[in-house]
Design a protein around this ligand. Structure first.
Ligand SMILES: O=C(O)COP(=O)(O)O
Ligand SMILES: [Mg+2]
Length: 222
């Protein structure tokens, strides 16, 4: 089905706008070293990003995607990671190519823009500011803005209500199965970036409405 031109586009952060894995890997590995555990490295961290930093820390502690670490170990690790990441949100992270151009194109179409991420606000805002894209967004919904995170549809519904726009007139742009599930449950259209983080799986298997290789291709969709 062709996409309809949306009145609102909500855009995911990690793996969609920003390649944040270099900073997240550095903080993860420093945390592991401080706990006397082995570094996990960039390939694994790339597969673990997308469900918030709390989940990333837990995955790093157990060295796998699913499962829970001992509570005491997590309680020790979380403040170490949080302090490191607060100082390292955007030292090594970069915008993907053509992101600013794509955001400007959406804005020029009269489309309202929001950022919806599972990353906590204390990390989200510095990244958006430091990488120079904060001002494109009229609304930012972070991972701790609401009790629910993606794949729950609540952050998307909250944003649609904020703009008084029907979900059927809204589009999510993301990179992971959480973005697809949240969009389907909210009644949004969903476009995914082929280059993002999806726990090591091709995002096409999640069946978004379209998959594109860069923000420069947005103007081919509607
Ligand atoms: O996992 C995170 O912290 C954030 O991921 P997201 O920006 O892709 O929602
Ligand atoms: Mg993402």
């Amino acid at each position: 089905m062709p996409l309809i031109k949306p009145a609102l586009a909500l855009i995911d952060l990690d793996g969609t706008l920003v390649d944040s894995v270099p900073d997240l890997t550095w903080c993860t590995d420093q945390t592991m070293l401080q706990l006397g555990l082995p570094e996990r490295g960039e390939t694994k961290v790339r597969n673990w990003v997308g469900n918030g930093v709390e989940r990333l820390i837990k995955r790093a502690l157990i060295n796998q995607l699913d499962g829970e670490p001992a509570e005491a170990l997590y309680a020790q690790a979380a403040p170490i990671f949080m302090a490191l990441y607060a100082e390292n949100t955007s030292k090594r992270s970069l915008l993907y190519p053509d992101v600013k151009q794509g955001l400007q194109w959406l804005k020029d179409q009269g489309i309202h823009l929001g950022c919806v991420t599972n990353k906590d606000e204390q990390f989200t805002l510095p990244i958006l500011n430091n990488l120079g894209i904060r001002d494109y967004f009229e609304l930012i919904v972070s991972g701790d803005t609401l009790p629910q995170k993606k794949p729950d549809p609540a952050p998307l519904i909250y944003a649609a209500n904020y703009f008084n726009i029907e979900p059927s007139q809204a589009l999510m742009i993301g990179d992971s199965v959480s973005d697809v599930k949240a969009s389907r449950a909210a009644g949004f259209q969903i476009v995914c970036m082929s280059y993002g983080y999806n726990h090591g799986n091709d995002i096409r298997t999640a069946n978004p409405d379209a998959v594109i290789d860069s923000f420069a291709e947005l103007n081919t969709l509607f």
